[in-house]
Design a protein around this ligand. Structure first.
Ligand code: CA
Length: 225
């Protein structure tokens, strides 16, 4: 899952990015309004949530939100702002935002709100399975035969992407776009490393891998029979 954070205060931007990366998100950060809008419009289909600061140099959050809504009505947008009057909240929501978080906020609160918006969008799916493998997005856990399997952040993010697209071929280029952030240089051989790690941790001995390789295209997790 990939997020865009538009925030000009470096300490807040870093706090959000580090925390979300720890949760397995890929995070792009823009530190001014113009860059934020540019990233949003360039990658609109890749972002699962956009976090927008209100007061920004260049374009402000409201202007960015309106521009995004001209081309995309569905991407969840959350405002981060020190403004705290009811009028301001209504103004933000009328500009097309889905939610509104007042600064200062706790990381846990922000994460909870992101999860709520993603859940609404994904029709409340928080539990994914593939055979004896189970992933709980809210609890951030993966089990195989009911035993916990420890995954790194990127392994978790990659598995989540596969499970959300179960039965479909996941193309290598799409995997990079959804699971890695914009600073990744698009050498997609990194995917093989993570596929190997997931197979090592989650495949059953003497059985074919739960991740099917679709030669020259990508990978796929088959739907359960
Ligand atoms: Ca600001």
């Amino acid at each position: 899952m990939r997020l865009l954070v538009v925030e000009d205060e470096t300490s807040i931007a870093n706090f959000i990015r580090d925390g979300l990366e720890e949760e397995g998100f890929a995070v792009d950060v823009a530190s001014n309004g113009k860059k934020g809008l540019e990233l949003a419009l360039d990658n609109i289909k890749e972002y699962d949530v956009i976090l927008l600061d209100w007061m920004l140099p260049g374009l402000n959050g409201i202007e960015i939100c309106r521009e995004i809504r001209k081309v995309n009505k569905v991407v969840p947008i959350i405002f981060l702002t020190a403004k705290d009057t009811v009028d301001d909240a209504i103004f933000g929501l009328e500009a097309g935002a889905n939610d509104y978080i007042r600064k200062p906020f706790s990381f846990e609160e922000m994460l909870a709100r992101i999860r709520v918006l993603m859940r609404t969008r994904e029709n409340e799916v928080v539990l994914f399975t593939a055979g004896d493998i189970e992933m709980n997005i809210e609890k951030h856990t993966v089990t195989k035969n009911n035993k916990t399997v420890e995954l790194t952040q990127k392994e978790f993010a990659l598995l989540e992407y596969f499970l959300r697209n179960k039965g479909k071929v996941c193309r290598r280029t799409r995997i990079i776009e959804k699971v890695w952030d914009i600073h990744y240089d698009h050498d997609n051989s990194v995917i093989d490393v993570y596929i190997n790690a997931l197979r090592k941790k989650l495949d059953s001995p003497h059985e074919s891998s739960f991740i099917t390789t679709v030669r020259g295209v990508g990978y796929k997790i088959e739907t359960d029979e």
